[in-house]
Write a protein that binds this ligand. Sequence first.
Ligand code: BYC
Length: 483
Amino acid sequence: MPELTAVDYDGLIPNNVGLNADPRLRRALESWHPRSLDWWKACGPVGFQESLVYLRTAVSVEPEGWARFGYVRMPDYRWGILLAPPVEGRTIGFGAHRGEPAWHDVPGEYRAMLRRLIVVQGDTEPASVEQQRRLGATAPSLYDLRNLFQVNVEEGRHLWAMVYLLQKYFGRDGREEAEDMLRRRSGDADSPRLLGAFNEATPDWLAFFMFTFFTDRDGKMQLHALAQSGFDPLSRTCRFMLTEEAHHMFVGQSGVGRIIERTCAAMRAAGIDDPHDIERVRALGVIDLPTLQKRANLHFSLTLDLFGSEISTNAANAFNAGLKGRYQEDQIADDHALLGASYKVLRLRDGHIVEENAPALAALNMRLRDDYVTDALSGVERWWNRIIARAGFDYRLRLPHVAFNRQIGEFAAIEADPEGNILDPAEWQRRRAAFLPSADDDAFVAGLMQPCYEPGRFASWIAPPRAGIAGQPGDFEYVKLHR
Ligand code: BYC
């Protein structure tokens, strides 16, 4: 039976999954709790653990009033287990079991596949915290510092969400997987995180904003696909995670937007009309638009790899089993079985990129990736390019071709420029620094990264936000530093 939705906020682990009525699970989670705190202290934000941070904490799963804002020391954050309210009489929406009642327990025949999906999802959450752990030292403002920590504690909560599923539904091997989540490390040569992009460095704040715009958006798409799952606890977990995820993408979207705004204002004030006049723009202490383009090229292409191969039997099997649906599956008007249906996929044929019809079931990763590209493109146009256009500059940020800079799937074997023209390896090497950030570009950005911890003040290269968090004024002390 679906669990009740009332949130128990009194125990060690806030939850609306009836933990008190399940002593075995509660003990397992309570024994995981100190180890997750050890992980947080060793691998989470460097410094600031004693500082008071103005954080939102999820206290309810109702759409209105689900979060409470207040000062919290990060190790005291209440990492709760919260599932979206159950939907009465919910049925499986796609695949071979379409129309059957949703599962409230693990379907035995799909156990391994389901565990794998949950483990991959769970692994990304602590990975991103590890990637971002040193950024506090160079925060451009207390507002941004607070947003970083908000994202970090919520990724920590998302780890809890997946660990809950593993511990409750997968017995001993679930507990082992939960331990492994705390053992793997982003970028570690011996024990890396599972997916490529989560082993890359996030060395500076521009990387953080690009990551939250592009990579957290993959999170959104994958969580939407898992929210459709016929395994109801996974669906409910992901539905609530999506509530928090929206803010993470806002941080990236507005963060890069504020950089663009500052750059354009500085160029105007200095009488610079050509955005390609990089030396002069950089001399103003702001980040030139072509460097932003190269960073976008990097993060977009790294994120596309997270969708797996264009043609994937794993994806087909997960759909058929009713475990992972399409983006907004419940709003698509078709048979939700996809047997005999086809989908257009870009393939590499005889050294050329061509569009081909492929079986729709096998092409589900491609479809989700297409939905992702549409979503990301709309963010680029509606936010970033609008700011540039309003400032009166003849420049547009673009998303590179999906064949550009890929390590996974159809285009991993070739090199292509951002327009999708295939290049031979020598030409790629010659032109690489025009497409992707060079060591010089990174060094320039690194040179700008100086902390700005005075309430209401911002680093030279980023504009203040339009509005504060939860209606707070511009000079609000979002982090009370303990030094
Ligand atoms: N790196 O059949 P294929 C987020 C593996 S982000 C390394 O094409 P499939 C967040 C693959 O595992 C969202 N390996 O792949 C964002 C498979 O190995 P096995 C995270 C890769 O399974 C910001 C083999 O290659 N959630 O939440 O169709 C901050 C064959 O691949 C990669 C999910 O991803 C890679 N990039 O699709 C915080 C959802 N790609 O099984 C959080 C759950 C593929 O043969 N995961 N491989 O050993 C999935 O749905 C799928 O596992 C994937 C891969 C989409 C990742």
